[in-house]
Design a protein around this ligand. Sequence first.
Ligand code: ADP
Ligand code: MG
Length: 421
Amino acid sequence: TSLNEIDIHASLKKYFGFSQFKGLQEGVVENILRGDNTFVIMPTGGGKSLCYQLPALMQEGTAIVVSPLIALMKNQVDAIRGVSAEMGIAHVLNSSLNKTEVKQVKQDIVDGITKLLYVAPESLTKEENVEFLRSVKVSFVAVDEAHCISEWGHDFRPEYRNLKSIVARLGDDIPIIGLTATATPKVQEDIIKNLGIGDATVFKASFNRPNLFYEVRTKTENVEADIIRFVKQNEGKSGIIYCLSRKKVEELAQVLQVNGISAVPYHAGFDAKTRSKYQDMFLMEDVDVVVATIAFGMGIDKPDVRYVIHHDIPKSIESYYQETGRAGRDGGEGHCLAFYSYKDIEKLEKFMSGKPVAEQEIGNALLQEVVAYAETSMSRRKFMLHYFGEEFDDVKGEGADMDDNTRNPKEKVEAKDDAVK
Ligand code: ADP
Ligand code: MG
């Protein structure tokens, strides 16, 4: 396979300009080139796209990439076109195209120019598209953001459930590649089951972020004063403060401003122009702090965010990991501070009470894990990684002393009780 290895490295350099693979990429690429089903679990920013883009560019035929967001697809296609002189090398097929454009896309596929075809799941289900794709050579189907297939994921999309049967119609033994940044074992099982890839080789990267410090503090009526103190101690550094409601976002941003802190609010209630203005102010460091709902952060790549504060506890460990993950992208310091009060958990429970029972059950189960995380006296990193199905050595592991519980161990209440008995 040494020839193969040379090929892979040469292609990596040729198409992407990189001289090295990141993490598990090389093994994934080899596996896909062998024609095997593959399951890739890597945290956000881990480099999942390249895992299927490179083999697609190296192979005969067109790889179909299923992706949930049109905006995401467009970015990816632009990036791929940037690496190649051939315009048609990557295409998007979706409802935003007119008839002439669709015709061009199909022609490029038939001509063997198109190596990557990005489709939304609802476009792939369309009979005319299935019929067309049956008639061309498909190298493999990559299902990006594969957690959308699971009700236990944070972004369930029922159309993802049809993918397996559609792929089966496109031809015999078309390899399927599932990719996700969701590390929970439940979601993974769902993905494997629903995509029918029980035989897939699984590539799972570690979700440990050793440079992040995790801390939970009890939320009292003085929470705003606590936050102001923290921000002032970190003056000049960039930070994100997450709140549950738009109202709280605006209130807190104002309180910070009144206290001489440069902060902007951000939530989906502002119009697009205002949102991008505030976002840019944060990115350009005109302000230190952005106070935001979870609407802020998707795809934002500011490497030197030094802290992420949760004024309100999030609805799952998964969300907490994603949101805190925006700190310390450059490998430098990143303080993750969550304020916790059981009252907030009850609030979140109440939000769910109008939803279908099945959804409520899942929501409550996720919430109970958040409670356990907030109330644990063990290493928070160990707790979180265990939740993601990962064993962490809280003595020797990377970042082992990077949380409040490990730095300042609480009294072991259970141990004392045992002693009394
Ligand atoms: P994910 O989908 O896992 O969140 P992406 O595929 O968007 O991650 O990649 C994240 C970043 O990593 C991108 O900017 C990409 O260019 C970069 N990247 C991917 N592979 C490599 C590599 N082998 N060397 C250097 N940078 C890489
Ligand atoms: Mg991705």
